[in-house]
Design a protein around this ligand. Structure first.
Ligand SMILES: Cc1ncc(COP(=O)(O)O)c(C=O)c1O
Length: 466
């Protein structure tokens, strides 16, 4: 008789965790936690909106991995699309050559963008797309007779990626200080955090939006319009805990960019592909930027890809003579990723994922807003399937936690407690402390309730520990 091999999920999980601790360098991770005996959480599979760890425990994926898995986990048709493409043509670069998957995807993306954003430059991820957008802005102005325009304006606390240009655009000092000096010419303005708006705007959302947008005009004036090439904004800013645009804000940014001949870049690395109930949030909010950067949800994470999508005007100087854009990535527009993106977008259309988000977004908001009865929940904000819950020490004064409390609350307790209770999401303190939620776009009321119940119980416990 042949013995059936036995696996012990607990021992295997321990071995995986030990090996991760000893050899894997995790991103943005404090390794001391694991050196001191903490178990590295190891996720081994996913199905719909749920993920499973190496011990077989199930968690609701409240963050779509990292704002990525829009169509949900376990979609075998996306794996099959990858296998088909790899069997036919596993790799070819887009350096003076093309392949059918990239061609089809570029045309399809151009069809989803607002306005005449018809030219798609593929990358492997979001940071490279942001990097590409800044480089294009610089070269565009050099080619069109305004060579001193090279600076960028972006917003406080915004995250735009880790390559050194994208990191310069990023507005999180703690993510940058170790790598200074970074690329010069990146200036910051206030974001649209209405909960922390200056006192005179506390009761006037629209007025606050106008004020915040006008800070961009002011920064352009301060720097000199002849030096500023681009403004980078996420339609809904993630970092800091989900700041939607106040009414009229994005329109005003567009107006300011036009007035100063500055390019408007919508960084849709998170907000693209259904997160706000449309292929691009810019379209939902009715604004046409000059460039869109995107990545993450384009393949729902089944293979990596990103893109910078530019307007016809920006491509115009590259149509002629010997001029070209001296920029590229070996794996940009990888055939497998492009094929997976096409199959992912087929799912979006067949299942009307954007419509599903639009039909359910109010219910999601209302369910999360129930948490406002907890003493620790100061604000619930967001749009679509994208929310931040700000935690405060005092709801009346909106007083936030000091560094020590934040450390104990977020790092010492919340993230792990939420995970142990069955909800994978993010407790973040890159701005004020927030819990971030961005579930796969397939979730419905039952999952909203599951999130609310877990959050209610863990946040109530957190309050007693302060
Ligand atoms: C708005 C935004 N831009 C850029 C990036 C960088 O993308 P990547 O990590 O794919 O380089 C991110 C990543 O979270 C992001 O949220």
């Amino acid at each position: 008789m042949t013995a059936t091999p036995q696996t012990n999920p607990v021992t295997d999980a321990a071995a995986l965790s030990d090996s991760a601790r000893d050899h894997l360098w995790m991103h943005f991770t404090r390794h001391s936690v694991y050196e001191q005996g903490g178990r590295v959480p190891v996720i081994v599979r996913g199905e719909g909106p749920y993920i499973y760890d190496a011990e077989g425990r199930r968690y609701l994926d409240g963050l779509s991995g990292l704002f990525v898995v829009q169509a949900g986990h376990g979609r075998t048709e996306l794996a099959e699309a990858a296998a088909r493409q790899a069997s036919e043509l596993a790799f070819f670069p887009l350096w003076s050559y093309a392949h059918p998957s990239a061609i089809a995807l570029a045309e399809r993306l151009a069809g989803y963008t607002p306005g005449d954003l018809n030219r798609v430059f593929f990358t492997t991820g979001g940071g490279e797309a942001v990097e590409t957008a800044w480089k294009l802005a610089k070269q565009y102005f050099k080619l069109t007779g305004q060579p001193t325009k090279y600076k960028v304006i972006s917003r406080a606390v915004a995250y735009h990626g880790t390559p050194q240009g994208a990191l310069s655009i990023t507005g999180i000092p703690a993510a940058k200080s170790m790598f200074e000096p970074l690329v010069p010419g990146a200036h910051k303005v206030p974001n649209t955090n209405f909960y922390r708006a200056p006192a005179q705007w506390r009761d006037d959302y629209k007025g606050f939006g106008r004020w915040a947008a006008d800070r961009i005009a002011e920064a352009i004036e301060f720097e000199g319009p002849e030096t500023v090439a681009a403004v980078f904004v996420e339609p809904v800013q993630n970092s800091g805990g989900c700041f939607p645009p106040p009414p009229g804000y994005l329109e005003r940014v567009r107006e300011i960019c036009d007035a100063y001949d500055v390019l408007m870049v919508a960084d849709e690395v998170i907000t693209g592909f259904g997160r706000i109930g449309d292929m691009f949030a810019s379209r939902r909010y009715g604004v046409t930027p000059d460039m869109i950067t995107c990545a993450k949800g384009l393949t729902s994470g089944y293979s990596p890809i990103g893109a910078m999508i530019a307007s016809d005007r920006l491509f115009e100087p590259f149509r002629h003579g010997t001029t070209y854009f001296p920029h590229g990535y070996t794996f940009g527009g990888h055939p497998v990723s492009a094929a997976v993106a096409m199959a992912n977008l087929d799912i979006f259309e067949r299942e009307d994922l954007n419509g599903h988000v639009r039909r359910n977004e109010d219910a999601f908001r209302q369910t999360l807003e129930k948490l406002l009865d907890l003493p620790i929940v100061g604000d619930v904000r967001g749009d679509g399937y994208f929310y931040g819950i700000e935690l405060v020490k005092d709801k009346t004064t909106r007083e936030t936690f000091d560094d020590d409390e934040s450390e104990r609350l977020l790092r010492g307790f919340l993230s792990k407690a939420l995970f142990d209770a069955g909800l994978y999401c993010r407790a973040d303190d890159r701005g004020d402390p927030v819990v971030q939620l961005a579930p796969p776009l397939v979730v419905d009321q039952s999952h909203f309730d599951e999130m609310e119940q877990i959050l209610r119980s863990v946040l109530s416990e957190a309050w007693t520990r302060l």
